[in-house]
Design a protein around this ligand. Structure first.
Ligand SMILES: Nc1ncnc2c1ncn2[C@@H]1O[C@H](COP(=O)(O)OP(=O)(O)OP(=O)(O)O)[C@@H](O)[C@H]1O
Ligand SMILES: [Mg+2]
Length: 277
């Protein structure tokens, strides 16, 4: 699926009218089958960008197009069909606690099903073999019938990713998939996600705090800072200097350490970096 943003602005309905938009004047194009990582400090607008593209948030200015179509111009039914063609994996996967993993995985296919198919699927999960394969891809074969609330945080996160590869979507929007994984598992998980997306020519857009993973595993990296596109480059052109600019005053995030309370800046630095390909 192709994604186009034209001067798109995103504001959260609950944000105060005085606050700057979470995403401002963003223009970019991502082609079908591309794999792109979005990086930037906390609060930069990465999740908001995914929400705009997932047609979960209406742009307050400009346009977001999916396959050259503006979702917000579609009828309710056509919008529902379009949403069935994309998979949005939020930062914390919404897995109901008492559900079994097999049922949670089957839910990855719900957006493309009719209401009755969805209800039947929740009661009598089908596609057990497919679910087992998806779990095996994330090294979780033995958890198929386990309850979700008996999994560790990292296992839950990998179940969330297995849901993505269970879905027949043409666009995968994955928000912070690695926050609960150790470095080895992170690389395996991203490898699997990229391979699976490539195998079915799905477009993959993922936000990441692990800058090293973004640069080593994705061909294209987009940097955001304070709601603005800071750079959009082939990964090999993302230099240490660019990263230092992107994470200025947020260096602890670049190093992967938690922010020391006393070191947080009182006010953010102005944004004046834009480097595009
Ligand atoms: N539901 C909301 N209501 C109001 N403001 C919000 C909401 N969600 C996010 N924001 C604001 O929008 C801005 C961008 O937030 P966003 O979640 O997109 O950042 P992020 O880059 O994903 O951060 P993180 O790395 O911490 O996940 C922030 O200033 C945030 O406070
Ligand atoms: Mg986020």
């Amino acid at each position: 699926m192709k994604i186009t943003l034209e001067e798109a602005e995103g504001r959260h309905p609950a944000a105060s009218p005085q606050s700057p938009p979470a995403i401002a004047a963003c223009s970019l194009t991502i082609g079908p089958g591309e794999q792109v990582a979005v990086i930037g400090p906390s609060g930069a607008g990465k999740t908001t960008l995914l929400q705009l593209i997932a047609a979960a948030l209406v742009p307050t200015h400009g346009r977001v197009l999916l396959n050259d179509v503006d979702p917000w111009q579609l009828s309710t039914r056509a919008l529902q069909v379009l949403r069935g063609r994309l998979f949005y994996a939020p930062q914390t996967p919404p897995l109901p606690p008492r559900q079994r993993v097999i049922t949670a995985l089957s839910a990855g296919r719900l957006p493309s099903m009719s209401l009755w198919q969805s209800i039947a699927q929740l009661v009598y999960p089908r596609g057990v073999a497919q679910a087992a394969d998806a779990l095996a891809a994330f090294d979780l074969d033995e958890k198929l019938w386990e309850r979700v609330d008996r999994l560790s945080g990292g296992e839950r996160q990998r179940v969330g990713l297995a849901r993505a590869i269970m879905s027949p979507a043409e666009l995968w929007l994955v928000d912070e998939p690695l926050s609960a994984l150790d470095p080895k598992r992170s690389r395996q998980a991203i490898d699997t996600l990229c391979q699976q997306a490539r195998a079915r020519n799905a477009t993959l857009l993922t936000t990441l705090h692990q800058v090293d993973v973004a640069i080593s595993q994705f061909p294209r990296v987009i940097g955001f800072r304070e709601g603005r596109l800071a750079f959009d480059l082939p990964a090999h052109q993302v230099s240490k200097d660019l990263l230092a600019e992107l994470y200025a005053q947020h260096e602890h995030e670049l190093l992967g350490a938690p922010p020391p309370e006393r070191d947080r800046p009182a006010s953010p630095a102005p944004v004046n970096i834009v480097h595009c390909r």
